[in-house]
Write a protein of this length. Structure first.
Length: 298
């Protein structure tokens, strides 16, 4: 028996369903692809949300001074004083040789400025993961304050703790501290206009340091407010102090912490000094933890 031909109306329906089936199939593929993209996007978002800076504990060698810290609740006193080996000037290293033919602005430190030895810097920078040029600023401040205010007994790990918590040793924003001690990118905080849990501080420097003529902003690797800098700013090399210089900022921070005759080996004086720098207890605990970590690692 021959095949029975479908009625004309049925064949027309078949032709009508063909494009519909194709459209449905295409829609299904699109949904599958879109779903896959959404899933991938969600995975990426989750990965970014849970990402954190590497620490020394994971075997990496971070360049911003990240380091594993001891438990906050186990710390009740500042770290013991860490010694710095000063440069005795007996060996003319590459810096001294370069400075001999460089202009004043290119010299890293003038004759007579306290400076840690290269061997000490190399060893401690490697063990603590603190960028070498930042460490030089902290250690240089300790050497200078040991001569100026020996009773304060400032130790560089305290400055390093502040430097990390404030700007990750001058690397915040993707920059770093150059060989001249200046941050390669000016680190300028939010306007202190009374919002974002800040105290309203109208401009005091005419925008000289923070490029803001309406409100003051914290500046530099140690995050000084221009008004505070006007009182405490000091230059390790002499001349006009620059809050964007790690040498000047670390020295100024050290003098600020030592103010009022504090002895920074005293838990009470150390705590008072840090809370004067920033009145947050969380900030105090973070600086204490990093200071201990750097002292222990060195």
């Amino acid at each position: 028996m021959g095949k029975r031909r479908a009625p004309r109306g049925d064949r027309t329906g078949d032709r009508g369903r063909g494009p519909l089936v194709a459209a449905c199939a295409a829609l299904a593929v699109c949904l599958l692809v879109t779903g896959g993209l959404v899933y991938v996007a969600n995975r990426i978002s989750t990965a970014l949300d849970t990402w954190s800076a590497p620490s020394a504990a994971d075997g990496s060698e971070p360049e911003d001074g990240s380091i594993e810290t001891p438990p906050h609740d186990g710390l009740t006193a500042p770290p013991s004083t860490s010694e710095v080996t000063p440069d005795d000037g007996s060996a003319g290293g590459p810096e001294e040789e370069a400075a001999a033919g460089a202009g004043a602005d290119e010299q890293q430190a003038p004759a007579g400025a306290p400076r840690p030895s290269d061997d000490w810097l190399d060893e401690v920078a490697e063990s603590t993961t603190i960028p070498r040029r930042a460490l030089e600023g902290y250690a240089g401040a300790q050497l200078a304050l040991a001569e100026e205010q020996p009773s304060c007994r400032l130790s560089w790990p305290t400055l390093a703790g502040i430097g990390y918590v404030e700007t990750k040793h001058g690397t915040h924003g993707g920059g770093e501290i150059g060989s001249d001690g200046l941050t390669t990118i000016d680190i300028i905080g939010i306007p202190l206009d009374g919002t974002n849990n800040t105290r309203a501080i109208p401009d005091t420097d005419g925008g000289r340091y923070d490029d803001d003529t309406e409100w003051d902003r914290a500046v530099g690797p140690m995050q000084f407010i221009p008004g505070t800098w006007a009182r405490w700013g000091a230059s390790l090399e002499g001349g006009d102090p620059d809050p964007h210089s790690i040498d000047d900022a670390a020295l100024s921070a050290g003098r600020y912490l030592c103010g009022g005759g504090r002895d920074l080996t005293s838990a009470q004086d150390w705590e008072s000094a840090i809370l004067t720098y920033n009145s947050s207890r969380t900030y105090l605990n973070d600086v204490l933890a990093y200071a201990h970590a750097y002292a222990d690692a060195s």
